[in-house]
Design a protein around this ligand. Structure first.
Ligand code: R5P
Length: 303
């Protein structure tokens, strides 16, 4: 039987994944020593093939603990280790923007490739590369999408919304959600000047510049992969409000919303803020567990 190993900080989704796969679940216990090091304790009996499920927000300590866990599992005789990390850290720095900057995507990708046979994640931030295996050089590196889960969720709440992608990269997700329902969508243009300084310009037409997309009196939903500072969303909301929509909602895969971003967006008049459980957050409204489970079933992870 397949075994899922989980950690206290991402317990429920890992347990749900085990349930969905009819797999056993066991916990890795962590103990923080006073000096900041971590003692990692694994179950004493492990099968030849295991799945470790832990999302990688707050990644620095988690990466160390994952490496210790994977190595200890190998020392117990485990032959195949899959990492399910619904949020995959360090994917954004994919080139050196300035001399001396480390390309963390490649460095962390190589590190994960050295310890895991298979890595599965959801909507990683792959900007200048097409495939996750270009960042994590193993054949079984798979990037799944939250769009099916988002689409099913949004359908329960709206019949004819207009979707907005706040930047070019978001087009892939917006299109995947909007097109099956024939929902209107438009993609904005974003310029970033700093971590918390962005400008978003709305387009008045659809992507092909054919159909005018009006937001007036419409339920508008902004779709993005990640909300970090929330500044991208704030700027998009400001622009959308100028067209007097009926309501503005936000849906993202990975919710960080640092520095009171939720309060600021609510104060601006955003009605709904929803996210997936790829990162545990008060906005979690839909789950990526079935998406991961279906994928694991199709690739036939063996006992
Ligand atoms: C950028 O390309 C991403 O898709 C997000 O739009 C961005 O990372 C969000 O960051 P923030 O919330 O800090 O504006």
């Amino acid at each position: 039987m397949t075994l899922i190993l989980g950690f206290d900080d991402y317990l429920l989704p890992a347990q749900q994944l085990a349930k969905s796969l009819s797999a056993a679940f066991k916990k890795v216990a962590l103990h923080q020593f006073p000096d900041g090091e971590t003692k990692v304790t694994l179950p004493t009996t492990l099968p030849q093939q295991i799945i470790i499920c832990r999302t990688l927000n707050n990644p620095n300590a988690k990466l160390t603990e994952l490496i210790i866990t994977a190595t200890a599992a190998r020392n117990q005789g485990v032959k195949h280790i899959t990492l399910v990390a619904p949020y995959l850290c360090y994917m954004r720095q994919d080139i050196a923007f300035n001399p001396g900057e480390a390309v963390s995507q490649k460095i962390i990708g190589n590190l994960l490739a050295a310890y895991f046979d298979s890595v599965i994640t959801i909507d990683p931030h792959l900007h200048r590369i097409n495939k996750l295996s270009e960042a994590i050089p193993i054949s079984q590196a798979c990037a799944l999408h939250a769009t099916n889960a988002m689409s099913a969720f949004l359908q329960q709440h709206f019949s004819q919304p207009v979707l907005i992608g706040p930047d070019e990269e978001s087009e892939q997700w917006v299109k995947a959600i909007a097109q099956p329902h024939l929902w209107n969508y438009t993609i904005a243009t974003k310029a970033r000047f700093g971590d918390k300084d962005v400008a978003v310009t709305l387009n008045t037409h659809d992507k092909n510049n054919i159909k005018a997309v009006s937001l007036t009196n419409r339920d508008v939903i902004i779709v993005d992969d990640i909300a970090s500072t929330g500044k991208t969303l704030e700027q998009a909301v400001k622009q959308i409000q100028q067209q007097a929509p009926l309501s503005i909602s936000i849906i993202v895969t990975h919710a960080f919303f640092v520095d009171n971003a939720i309060a600021r967006l609510k104060d601006m008049g955003v009605t709904n803020i929803w996210s997936s459980n790829s990162v545990l957050h008060s906005t979690n409204a839909f789950s990526i567990v079935e998406t991961v489970s279906k994928h694991l079933t199709t690739i036939n992870i063996k006992d």
